[in-house]
Each structure stands twice: as structure tokens, then as C-alpha cells.
Design a protein around this ligand. Structure first.
Ligand SMILES: [Fe+2]
Ligand SMILES: [Fe+2]
Length: 280
């Protein structure tokens, strides 16, 4: 089974990058399942029903994992209860439910895989619960017949992501990090069984500070004042991994990192200083 996992989609620029590249990625890799991290897809903060619908029904995304921004759009909290392709960070303080962090999906090709989402504690909200304890409960919720098990670990610290991955090595097929919005070049297979990368990287505007307009981000770093925190628009990249798993035993046999840049002439709005993005 081949999975294409796309890192944090940041605002309109991120969604444009997905729309630009996904058709050709489907042709090139023919993935059984496409997973995206959608925590920043709506204006950089959270997700809306409309954008969820665009991702799943229009672009054919099989599952949307989330992160610390999952509840930024208030109306999305209720919608997430019924959306059948959302996976929430199970151990986040405002989720705290192993069942919400794991979902077994059946792909269009009729194959089954489990998708999990967990969040870190280090340099994150102090009230998040232990990812280790929640993961044991989440793994117990997956039927034995489902061998391909994929985890989006949404965490700040590279050490925490690697610690969780090494702890789970051999029991999960693929573990990929999200949240830092910076791709790491350490994709590998742990113990001959578990594909891993510390962070897939943001799918969004890299002429920015982790996706936010650089002027506002620099001002906040210099003065502490948080104002005009809006997604940037230029230098759009799609960052993803493609992994192949053996359906009989869940073993990862290959993991490949992708970083694709949207050609600049395709950028509709070249200004980083225009009006605020209205995209949800
Ligand atoms: Fe993010
Ligand atoms: Fe995040």
C-alpha cells in the first residue's frame, strides 16, 4: 500500500500548492491513500467545513489529521464530531480521547489502514497528556486485521518526535512529524519496519516565518506585539512523504521525501503587503 502524506497546509497558498501538484502526484505515484495535515488550512489557523469539503470531496483526500490549531475556528468543533475523515490529536488537553485520534479508513482501492494523530508536550501546552499512554490505548482500538498503521505526530521538539517514534518502532508502519513547518532530511526506516521522518514540512508560503507574513512575525519577535498575524502568499512549496507498506505485515519498505515548488509565474498575488487573506 502506498501512502502520500502532505505536511501542514498553510492558508490559501498551501491549498493552492496542493491543488497545483496533487493531480500530477497521483499520476506519478498512484497512491492508495492521500493524507494531509489540515490544522492551518483556513487562514493559517484551524479548518472550516468548506475547506474540509474542498480537500476531501473535491481533491479526494482520504484523511485529514490536525494539531494544536484544530479548534481555532469555533464552528469547526461541532463539525469535527461528525466529519468521518478527521483525526484529532488524541492527547491534546481539549480532546483527551484516544478514539478521536484513530480512524480506520478504507481506500478507493478497497484497502484498509489506520490513521492516528498525537500531539507533543515538550515546548507545547503543558496540559497536553502523555503521548505514550494515549498511543497504547489508540493501538488497542485498531482491529488486528488492519496491519498498515500510520501516525502523524504533531510536536515542536525533534527529540520528542524521535523518542515516540523509537518507542513505537516495529508496531507502527509509518510515523511522520508535523507542526514545525520546516522539513527535515532524516527520512529512514527504523528497525527495518517503521518508516519515519522528524518533520514533513509545511505546504505553504516559504517567503515567511513558518508561514506567517515575515513583517508581522519579525515585529512580534522583536517587541512581543502580536498583530496582523496572517499567512504569507509567496514561494509556495508542497512538502510530503511517499511511503510503501506491506499490507500483510504492516512493514514499511520505502519512504521518500518530496519538496516541490510552485513556479513563480503561477502565483496569482505577488504582494505580501496586500489586504488580509479572506479564504474561509
Ligand atoms: Fe501547523
Ligand atoms: Fe501545529
Amino acid at each position: 500500500m502506498r501512502v502520500l502524506a502532505i505536511g501542514d497546509i498553510m492558508g490559501k497558498a498551501g491549498r493552492q500548492a496542493v491543488g497545483h501538484f496533487l493531480p500530477s502526484l497521483r499520476e506519478r505515484f498512484n497512491p492508495d491513500a492521500v493524507l494531509v495535515n489540515g490544522e492551518n488550512a483556513a487562514g493559517g489557523f484551524g479548518l472550516t467545513e468548506k475547506i474540509y469539503d474542498q480537500l476531501t470531496n473535491q481533491l479526494g483526500v482520504d484523511c485529514v489529521t490536525m494539531g494544536n490549531h484544530w479548534s481555532d475556528k469555533r464552528e469547526f468543533i461541532r463539525f469535527a464530531e461528525q466529519a468521518d475523515r478527521i483525526v484529532l490529536p488524541a492527547n491534546m488537553m481539549n480532546v483527551n480521547d484516544p478514539a478521536k485520534g484513530v480512524r480506520v479508513i478504507t481506500t478507493k482501492s478497497g484497502k484498509q489502514l489506520a490513521v492516528m494523530n498525537i500531539i507533543g508536550k515538550t515546548f507545547m501546552h503543558a496540559d497536553n497528556l502523555s503521548p505514550f499512554a494515549h498511543l497504547e490505548k489508540m493501538l488497542n482500538l485498531i482491529p488486528q486485521s488492519v496491519k498498515v498503521r500510520v501516525l502523524d505526530i504533531h510536536a515542536e521538539a525533534t527529540s520528542e518526535k524521535q523518542g515516540v517514534a523509537q518507542h513505537l518502532a516495529g508496531r507502527v508502519s509509518l510515523i511522520y512529524g508535523t507542526h514545525s513547518h520546516v522539513p527535515t532530511a532524516d527520512e529512514r526506516i527504523l528497525g527495518g519496519r517503521t518508516g519515519f521522518i522528524t518533520d514533513v514540512g509545511m505546504t505553504g508560503p516559504y517567503d515567511s516565518v513558518i508561514g506567517i507574513r515575515k513583517e508581522a512575525a519579525i515585529k512580534r519577535l522583536m517587541t512581543g506585539e502580536k498583530k496582523n498575524f496572517q499567512p504569507a502568499s509567496r514561494d509556495r512549496w508542497l512538502c510530503a512523504v511517499v511511503a510503501d507498506m506491506d499490507e500483510d505485515d504492516g512493514r514499511c519498505v520505502s519512504i521518500q521525501r518530496l519538496r516541490l515548488e510552485v513556479p513563480e509565474h503561477d502565483v496569482p498575488d505577488r504582494s505580501n503587503d496586500g489586504p488580509e487573506e479572506k479564504d474561509d
